[in-house]
Write a protein that binds this ligand. Structure first.
Ligand SMILES: [Fe+2]
Length: 266
């Protein structure tokens, strides 16, 4: 089973490049299942029903999210009926929607888990004890054939620690939220593919996708307009994970970077 995980889609530029190029990427890289983090896709703040549907039509199977999931009011209602849109699983009990779901594709059961970190993030349940409990109920090759985890978190050490906690128990653990792809993609000791951050699908001539002039003003603590996404020249960033159909663990992980002004090579 070949997975493509796309980092946070930021604004119109990120959406458009994913919608334009995803079908070709799926063919070129022989992708079976696509997960994309979409929590910044509506002008940088949240996601709408229409954007969800456009991304699903483009070939995305599941959309994950994080701290911006509720930025668009309609999401509270939409998430209840759309099981392909996930919010962090470790939100307080009673929060609408779900953070874990099992999807069927090509005869396999694919679990997708969306979790959120605690360091410098808005309040949610303590993620490590929460995940430790949940993972006891989601065994690879028992409840699911594959388990994909999007860990939406701010700091590297928290993400790496989660990767190791789930090593051997998930197909892959990929970080989102910091919008900058990291070069530490690898397969951990017990077979889980890992990357600290998948990067973003957005314009990198920016500060994490948003206009740099206003971002700089903010850091000077000067008055600035609201941050808005840069919409000029987007790059698709993500990873491909090749998973073993028998064990559910990873055989290979490779970065994908297409278009725009950010390149690994040349
Ligand atoms: Fe985020």
């Amino acid at each position: 089973m070949n997975f493509l995980f796309l980092g946070d889609i930021v604004g119109r530029a990120g959406r458009n490049i994913v919608i334009e190029k995803l079908k070709d990427l799926i063919d070129q890289y022989e992708i079976d299942f696509v997960i994309a983090n979409g929590e910044n896709s509506a002008g940088g703040y949240g996601i709408t029903e229409e954007i969800c549907n456009n991304l699903f039509d483009a070939g995305v199977d599941v959309i994950t999210s994080g701290n911006h999931i509720w930025d668009q009011k309609e999401t509270m209602n939409h998430i209840i009926k759309e099981n392909r849109l996930l919010r962090p699983m470790n939100f307080q009990e009673g929060t609408p929607g779900r953070g874990f779901e099992i999807f069927e594709k090509k005869g396999f059961k694919i679990g997708v888990m969306n979790i959120m970190g605690n360091v410098y993030m808005k309040k949610c349940e303590e993620v490590f004890p929460f995940v430790e409990e949940q993972i006891k109920k989601i065994n690879l090759k028992k409840e699911v054939d594959f388990l994909a985890v999007d860990f939406h978190a701010e700091i590297t050490s928290e993400k790496q620690a989660m990767g190791h906690l789930l090593d051997g128990k998930a197909t892959f653990v990929v970080g989102t939220h910091t919008h900058t792809p990291t070069l530490d993609f690898r397969i951990l000791e017990h077979g889980t593919a890992y990357q600290t951050d998948a990067g973003m699908c957005g314009d990198y001539n920016s500060v994490i996708g948003m206009n740099k002039e206003n971002a700089i003003l903010k850091f000077f603590k000067k008055k600035s307009d609201r941050l808005v996404p840069v919409i000029k020249d987007a790059t698709i960033c993500g990873i491909k994970v090749i998973a073993d159909d028998k064990t559910g663990l990873a055989k290979d992980i490779q970065p994908i970077m297409v278009g725009g002004n950010l390149k690994y090579n040349n």
